[in-house]
Ligand binder design. Sequence first.
Ligand code: HPA
Length: 277
Amino acid sequence: MAHSPQNPLDDPAADPFEIAARAAADIARLTGVENHDIALTLGSGWGKAAEIIGETIASVPATEVTGFSRPALEGHVGTLRSIRTPSGRNVLVIGARTHYYEDHGVRRVVHSVRTAAATGAKIMVLTNGAGGIRETWKPGQPVLISDHINLTADSPLEGATFIDLTDLYSRRLRDIARQIDPSLDEGVYCQFRGPHYETPAEVQMAKHIGGHIVGMSTALEAIAARQAGMEILGLSLITNLAAGIQETPLSHAEVIEAGQAAEPVISSLLARIVEAL
Ligand code: HPA
């Protein structure tokens, strides 16, 4: 697959943490904001949150920041924004997710998370659009991620790096989110490689091994965020019921549409949660 040779992360001898530190320095220089407190990755359906969390101090094309890749997909905005919340905290909003299925390697997938940590962020909020396995869930509904099952058979950790993943999606942060919206349900997120959607049989497998949400992101990012010492909050927008749970075939257009329809409601929910963190 096409690796752009100028991305320093593609050099196996390079240190991804040193590259993340360079990216954080780029962000400080381009935004004028030295440190960030919270980082937020906006997946499909969550983009509008950037407009209501607070005042945008600066907006930077991700391509100007060391190690970032171009967005692969329409609907995935390649921008990094520094936002000041009403309570005066600096939030780094990452609208430039690199997916595992893009085949640029795990380093590039988790570079935004490592960069967020290097900017000083102590809390990493990971959002995504995903398929729901629980039949009671409806498209357009946001749910908390309580844990994950990583089905990529890959890891962002390099070498013999052993890291505990207990309470990876912080109970403390989930409790805060539920104080804002007590109706928030939660479930276990299964990261598949994609980019194809799952077969109904794979969805049944995910269900039997304890999964409730299926998607193509987040788990690898959460592992990197834990390695970097951040506390993690995970939120999925259920854009569709997973293959075989809903009767109709899945389509990318349906996923985007559900995201757009839910956007105003979930974005304001997310803004209120961020303010409470
Ligand atoms: N499966 C995987 N990823 C997804 C889905 C799904 O059903 N919906 C949105 N992203």
